[in-house]
Design a protein around this ligand. Sequence first.
Ligand SMILES: [Zn+2]
Length: 338
Amino acid sequence: MKTIQLATPGAFASIEEPEPQRGDNEALVRVRRIGVCGTDIHAFHGRQPFFDYPRVLGHELGVEILEIDADNAAGLQVGDRCSVEPYLNDNDSPASRIGKSNCCEQLEVLGVHTDGGMRPLLSLPVEKLHKANELTYDQLALIETICIGAHGIERSGLTANETILVLGSGPIGLGAIQFALSLGSRVIVADINEERLAFCRDTIKVHHTLKADAPDFESRLTELCDGALPQVVLDATGNRFSMQRTFSLTAHGGRIVFLGLLKGEIAFDDPNFHKRELTLMASRNATPDTFKKVIDAVKSGAIDTKPWMTHRLALEDVPDQFESTIAEPGLIKAIIEV
Ligand SMILES: [Zn+2]
């Protein structure tokens, strides 16, 4: 079968590969749609640390089941449409045993640490398939991205009568924003990119947007919170300045979630942290339970993924068109059709 491999930074190659053999407790699936993510773009540009080449990318997947062991199908059958939870964990690891398969010590993410979905067929553990026959393959390919944001919101314990400030409105921030809106919370979004803020205001219908680099940013935020500050601040930028700033933007007794990842150290003022009695949380990947909740939210229409899909290309065109597609202005999500 024809597989698209990222041979070296900046160069995809079309290679011929044998079809996968289905292992124990696995299902053979046909890949239908692949979402392009920031991780893929960083890998293409050679900016993804600890990344080995060659690698088959693709971890945001909408797939169809072609073959499954009837005795071990977990309610799935041939023809089912599924979203893939691409976090391959060891179920016996200490983290997995306490229900945190998302940050398992042995975690391998499909398309990052191990070869992913830029190919027609894959064999995957049955437990990593989340069925949703009511959704399109496009929608299924976006579930994982939304789950990353949704997991951050779940970590924060955000409730319907609280206000959240989301810093950064790229695809990961958007997932958090949409999930927070689906809970009925008040959502304020800050970004330095005016185009992204306009998208959040006009299309996603967040409650307020703020230019993150405006000189009066903090006073505007306080105004929007009736003289106080948001109970939850979630950083989806991975930018040191933005992450360090969250400590002064969060209400007393509030929670901070770092969804973005910075390759370095964060410093904060302990008296400020202490005075506010803040809670700081990391958020990594998502749990199987979050996949179920996000699928339900997309099914019910509480989360609409249509406006996300701004660009499309065919798998066989990836070697020629990937670079130009990811450089296009207005790109939110590119969807690859297989
Ligand atoms: Zn991703």
